[in-house]
Ligand binder design. Sequence first.
Ligand SMILES: [Zn+2]
Length: 229
Amino acid sequence: VVEPLKVFHCPGHGGLRNRGLEYAGFVERDWVVELACGYLQWRFNQLESDTSRLAAEQHRLARFRDEYLPYTYRARAAEEWGADVAVLHHVNGVFFPKDHPRAGQANAAESGLAVFVVKGDLHLDVHQRSYDLARQLLLAVWRPLQLWKGRTTPHRAKRFGHDGKPHWTRRARSHLRHYVNRGIPAVLVEWSFATNDADRRTLLDPSLRARFYRPLDALVDHALKYRSR
Ligand SMILES: [Zn+2]
């Protein structure tokens, strides 16, 4: 008997101490819970008529409501549960910096979905799996959801760049490392930019939810295939 695949969903942020992105009525910490809950419902509806497929996987959420939960606590819960993969859900936003004439205002130029994994030795299973899963998710993205800069490969997040300066991907890494350090393959999805009007419309349109769920299906299906090899 093969153990079911265990997929741990970690909706980013939560609570007063970690509010996440808020812009033009969009609240990241709430949206990511809604997305993960909606996905579980979608996945269950797909599988419910097929008992063997239904038994082959389990999903769990790190949180269901707006509460503060330290990321170390979430990763420990994932490890104790025996998670095979962690998916970290976020939404991006970009604002003009302090010294800019439009300081603090949204910079609508950036749009699209990006996926991050921890940069590490790809000979290690945890990194190779993270990368493969992230790649499958990216390849299943369709309009109107779009890829950030058209990029179909995951970003390999690191603390420092070649110049020795802190790298822009370090924040994604600081979230992912809690899972990866425990040997759990982990993928962080920035589902698009709430600071871009077209992206925000897509994020908030309930009739477009399948555009978000199908890439998750691709990740889960790939993890199931990996497992049965
Ligand atoms: Zn976030």
